[in-house]
Design a protein around this ligand. Sequence first.
Ligand code: ADP
Ligand code: MG
Length: 256
Amino acid sequence: MNALEVRDVRVHFGGVYALKGVSLTVPSGMCVGLTGPNGSGKSTLVNAVTGVVDAEGAVSVRDRPLQLCRPGRAARLGVRRTYQTPRVHPKLTGIENVCTGHRLATGRSATAALFRRFGAGAAERVRQRDAAAALDRVGGSAAAGITGSVMTYGQRRLVELARVLVAEPRVLLLDEPSAGLNDAEVTALRSLIADLAAEGVGVLLIDHRISLLNEVCDRLVVLEEGLKLHEGEPADVWRHDRVRAAYIGELDDAGN
Ligand code: ADP
Ligand code: MG
């Protein structure tokens, strides 16, 4: 099954096209890297899928067509995303922030209905337990009891990541998750992404860290100015002349 299929997606802002017809597929259980120079349209693609910007084209999630331009529709099909600039509530603690993403927080699932019957206390305990486990899994336990306003940038990223994990996503769109993380945190992120893919989640990973892309991605898609410049296996993509040209000055740790 394909976790995500994007066909000929176009997005324009006041007549200027940020995406000029991009297609890509993320199979379930795989991690596809999306990279390309700043301004090439990577975040816009995530925004198009999640319906926060208007888009033309066709997107399907787990082989079901997704109505574009409708925020919330993708989430109902199991899509979760993180933001290039992490978004956590400044007045809530790490645990409280993570709890807001829990599948029992929406009140729509059958489990949520059961918990309503057995009492809010039980649901709250499950949320807290799952939130603590997710924070631990991403290596963000140090942020459990502190509010968003005093978290470091890296802690905000980890809390945001834990918040999407408790939603039990089937499709995960990560927008530069390694930015601002230290080496140990990047190593943890890499194994987390690999584990999620092994569990069947389809992951679209936007990142500039070439070593991370190469190690965790099955395929890479390179965008340039709103178009797909190249797609292939990581090792091959970086040999492509136009990719190298687009990346001049940006190739960080590819070792070439
Ligand atoms: P990337 O994530 O690859 O760095 P973006 O998707 O953020 O690139 O941006 C692609 C292009 O679209 C850029 O030229 C950017 O300025 C423009 N853009 C993105 N979002 C908006 C917006 N909300 N309004 C106007 N222009 C935008
Ligand atoms: Mg971006």
